[in-house]
Structures are given as C-alpha cells and as structure tokens.
Design a protein around this ligand. Structure first.
Ligand code: NOJ
Ligand code: CA
Length: 587
C-alpha cells in the first residue's frame, strides 16, 4: 500500500454535544486483538496477521469499529511482543509487512480503524540500540538506556549490589548487571526489557520517527504501553519505605512526563487524525486530567486501573470488594473528569483474567451467559469509550489450570521463582491464585468452532498455549447460530450504543450508589431542537433475585435491551429481577 501523506488533524467548527467536542474516537467501540491467540492461518500454532484478516467480517458484524492490535513488531517474545527488537518490522511469526498492509486495507475497506500498540518505555535487549549501548561506555547509544555503577557489596566484593532499591514489576530487582562494561542497566519489567532514557533527545526523536512510520502507513493511533513511566526520577534515588508500597505512584509522576507527551503531541500526533489511549498504571483519578484534558494537548484518554484492580490485592491475591465500591469508582470518574476530558471503560484485557470469570459468574452455563451479557451491557452503557477484549463477546472463561508448568507468562514464572522457590508461598496456593488472576487466562486461543484446536489452528498444529477444553460448547460458530448467544447479545448492545449519542455524550447518574446488589443508572442527553434521550440501565449484579423499586419519579419505559427478554415490566416502578438480569429501558 502506498504511504499516505501526513494529514493535518481536522478541527472542524462543530457544535458541542452536551458540552463535549464530538469526535469519532469518543463514539468508537474498540475491540482488542491479542494477535498470538486470535487465528493461526499457517499451522505453526501461533496466531498471525492473515488470521486477523480472515475474521474482519466477524468483527464488522459484531459492530466494533476500532481494533486495538497488541504488539505486532519484531520481537524475541520474552513478554509476547511487549519487548520490541525492531519497531519497523513485523514479527516473523505474525507474517510480513505486505500482510500488515493487506490487513490494514481490509480494515479500512470495512469502515473500521486500527490502532497499534506503542511500547516505548522500554525496548527489547535485542534491539540494536541496546546492543550498541551495552557494548561500551562511550558508545553513542550508551545514553539511550540507564546505566549505573553497582553499590559495594561488603559480603561479596566481586558481586556489587544494584544501584538502588527499585523492584521490577516482574519480581526481583529492576537492575541487571552486565559483565561487558561492569555496570547495571534499569529494567522496570523483565531483564530483557531495558528502559529507554527519554531524557535523551535522540531517544525521543527516534520514537517520534517510528510513530510517523506507522501513521504514514495509515494506522489511526496508538495504545501506549505504561506511558506515564517514561520520565524517571532525577538521580534515581532509593524508594522510601512509604514509596516502596506502591512504586508506580512515583514512577508515573516523573518531572518531565507531561513535557514529553506534549512534545510528542506537537511533533507527531497533532499532525494526524488519530486516537491515543495511554495505559496509565500509577495515575490517580485527579492526576488523570493532567494527561487527558484536551487543553493540555497530551493524550485523548487513558486506562485508569481503579476498576479493573478493585478485586485484586498484591500480585495475584484476591481482595474482597463490594458493588458500592465499584459504583463509587464510576461515580467519581463522572464527577472528577470534566467536559474537556475523555474516559475509557474496560474490565478485561490481555493482562487480566477473563471478563466473565473475573467479574461475572461462570459457575453454571446459565449464569455464565447471563452475567457475560450483563457485563457487556454495563461496558457499553457506562461513560467512556468501551474497550472489549477478544473472546469476551463469546463469554470465554478462565482456563482450568492445575499445575505451574501449564503457565507461559514471564510474570508468572518470575513470581514463582520469587515466592514458591524461596519458600514464601506453598505451590498449591500459588497455582490457585494464578489460576484466578494470571494473565494466561486471557491469552488462551480464540474459540472459533468445535473443530480440533477450536478452529484456532489446524488439527495438526500445536497451539502455543493450550486451548480451553470448554471450546466444544463455547465457540463462535455455535454462538453465531444461536440468536440468544452472548455474541448476538453483544452485537445488540453495541448497536444500541452506536444508535444513541446519549451513551457517548450523555450525563451519567447513579440512582442508588449504596445498593449492595443492584446497579441502576441513567444516561440522558438533551440537544437543542431534538427530543430528549433518556435511558435507564438496571443490572442485578448477583445470583439473588431482587424486587427493585426505582427512585421516585422514574418508571421503566420501553424495553430496549434485556438478557431475559421474556419479562418486560414496561411502565413498572418496581422491577422483579432474576439472577444476573440486565435491562436497558428508555424512561
Ligand atoms: C503492560 C502490558 O499491557 C503488559 O502486557 C506488559 O507485560 C507490560 N506493560 C510491559 O510492557
Ligand atoms: Ca501462524
């Protein structure tokens, strides 16, 4: 495909909608593809770009209109592509640049858009920048990364201690000793993911240039991996005991974060009609607006972790939570974020366990389908651009892991070494917790049919990660044939979202913030000269049936969407909700 020339961002004199500047990425429904697990087209057991192209009609029919593609770049796959060796090359296992261009053209032909993952807090240690950097202290690329002398080790002088006490997200120290120059380099993630030094102007220029490379091809924006971490603390001092409890807070708030994002916006993003979403670990809700307020010219929106991590303690431990806590998060977002900000809504991705297993109820087939539909209803009617993760539209579940050796993820492997192998946690507890929250749950292959390997790969292939044995009943082919499936319900929920701007720009009102089991809210939009749009969403978040009386002045109008369509209760002020029942009315 011919490279398109950079287009200046359109700033049409459109009128505001409920105070918001209307634009396509606010109205989008995004679908995340984890390419390794989507569709293997050539029988090597690894998903690939041609596999994605094969399924674009499926996605178009579902109704999503933006695809976020997890990293597709050349990588040694220490962290499944989140460790990039060459930012301008397609991962060999995923195909060729021609395959990418064909996929992009096919996406555009279906009036969908593509955003790609931008992983530039760190590169792979196999990137040529790092190969140069590690080769000698005076190499021109030395300063592309963070190199420091170790601290003297009184017990073992031949083996110096790391330069500071930073822990890695993937267990152990964030510093790796490198014998070639006898210094340590910084890696907040795996040792094969050295952190890039954004304080070096050349690093920033190189990043902007690779961003232009993909934008000039026609991609429609970026999901930016751990982007707030790009500005490191000057001098890299030790974390205090207090900071050690949540190092992300400090790491995400370095002194030059906004300056660098503004520069990136000025030099690159502002020249194209794109959407940007930053993965914002360590950013609190009030800080969020520093990045997303449109007057600041940084990013359009971020993923805030408040909701998705509500049920998690440290590592993979569970944290008891209540529905009012979840509602409080959404209420706070609506209160704190202004008309110049934009938000995302998501409860799953490739780093979390499956939507329905994590937030719904997969204990019986009936509860699984019903709660999956309830969750899709919620994601598509709350405030913010919804991000759906592959397979959740089928109600795919967590994998029944029973042993450590079934896991592939580097995060799991490193955590095992740091906890089980040091005797800090019994193996059985580790496996139980990882089975509940481990990232591999979301990474098992897409379940396309009841054919061997779930149709993800030919029968003769060995998928890179085991297929969930429940593929014989939970799969796309079966769901496409069943009008009451989670897939078809999700399709209707997406259609509803697209049909009414109230779900995009409308006000959000939580009707009952303290109710322990019912989540009831309205979305309403009044535009001059148009009939008011008023929607009522009622979700019974649990197994217990409940008779729920709406607040005074509100009664159920027309039923627009329901996961048990036989009961309508149009005109009622008390709704009789079955287990995991979800309804959307006008009111
Ligand atoms: C966040 C990504 O979502 C995750 O998958 C990855 O392991 C880390 N960033 C490091 O890139
Ligand atoms: Ca393949």
């Amino acid at each position: 495909m011919a490279a398109a020339t950079a287009q200046p961002a359109a700033h049409p004199a459109v009128s505001l909608v409920n105070g918001y500047q209307p634009i396509w990425w606010k109205e989008a429904v995004v679908y995340q593809i984890y390419p390794r697990s989507f569709q293997d087209s050539n029988g090597d057991g690894i998903g690939d770009l041609n596999g994605i192209t094969q399924h674009l009609d499926y996605l178009q029919k579902l109704g999503v209109n933006v695809i976020w593609l997890s990293p597709h770049y050349d990588s040694p796959n220490a962290d499944n592509g989140y460790d990039i060796r060459d930012y301008r090359k397609v991962m060999r296992e995923f195909g060729t640049m021609d395959d990418f261009d064909r996929m992009l053209a096919a996406i555009k032909a279906r009036h969908m858009r593509l955003i790609v993952d931008l992983v530039v807090n760190h590169s792979s240690d196999e990137h040529h920048w790092f190969a140069e950097s590690r080769s000698s202290k005076d190499n021109p690329y030395r300063d592309y990364y963070f190199w420091r002398d170790g601290r003297p080790n009184p017990d073992d002088p031949a083996h110096p201690l790391p330069p500071n006490n930073y822990p890695s997200y993937f267990s152990g120290s964030a510093w790796q000793y490198d014998a070639a120059t006898q210094q340590f380099y910084l890696h907040l993630f795996a040792a094969k993911q050295p952190d890039l030094n954004w304080d070096n102007t050349k690093v920033r220029e190189d990043v902007y240039s690779l961003m232009r490379f993909w934008l000039d091809k026609g991609v429609d924006g970026f999901r930016m991996d751990v982007i707030p971490l790009i500005s490191k603390q000057p001098g890299l001092p030790d974390l205090t005991e207090e900071q050690m409890r949540d190092p992300s807070r400090l790491w995400a708030n370095g002194p030059h974060r906004d300056e660098y994002l503004q520069q990136m916006n000025r030099e690159v993003l502002s020249k194209y009609d794109v959407m940007t979403v930053g993965e914002a670990i360590g950013i609190t809700l009030p800080e969020q607006t520093q990045i997303t307020n449109s007057q600041r010219h940084e990013l359009n929106m971020i993923f805030n972790f408040d909701a998705v991590r509500l049920n998690r303690g440290a590592n993979y431990s569970a944290r008891p939570w209540t529905l009012p806590e979840l509602k409080a998060i959404y209420d706070n977002h609506a209160r704190v974020l202004g008309k110049a900000d934009w938000d995302t809504v998501f409860l799953s991705n490739h780093d979390n366990s499956r939507l329905v297993s994590n937030w719904g109820d997969d204990s019986t087939p009936e509860f699984r389908t019903r709660s999956a539909k309830l969750l899709e209803t919620m994601l598509l009617t709350l405030r913010g651009t919804p991000f759906l993760y592959q397979g959740d539209e089928l109600g795919m579940t967590n994998y029944p892991f029973t042993r450590f050796d079934q896991f592939d993820d580097i995060e799991v492997k490193n955590l095992y070494k740091a906890t089980v192998l040091t005797g800090q946690m019994p193996e059985a507890q580790f496996v139980a917790e990882t089975r509940r929250f481990g990232r591999d749950n979301a990474r098992t292959p897409m379940q396309w049919s009841d054919a061997p390997n779930a149709g993800f790969a030919p029968a003769s292939a060995k998928p890179w990660l085991a297929v969930n044995p429940n593929y014989t009943s939970i799969n796309a082919a079966a769901e496409l044939a069943d009008p009451e499936s989670v897939y078809h319900f999700t399709q209707r929920a997406i259609e509803l979202h697209h049909a009414h701007l109230a779900f995009v720009y409308g006000d959000y009102q939580d009707l009952d913030p303290t109710h322990l089991q019912v989540f009831a809210y309205t979305r309403s939009l009044t535009e001059p000269g148009k009939p008011a749009q008023r929607f009522l969403v009622v979700l019974n978040y649990g197994q217990k049936p409940v008779a729920y009386t709406l607040p005074a002045g509100i009664k159920a109008g027309k039923l627009l969407l329901a996961n048990i369509p036989s009961t309508t209760e149009v005109g009622a002020t008390t709704l009789h909700l079955a287990a995991w029942e979800a309804r959307v009315y006008s009111y």
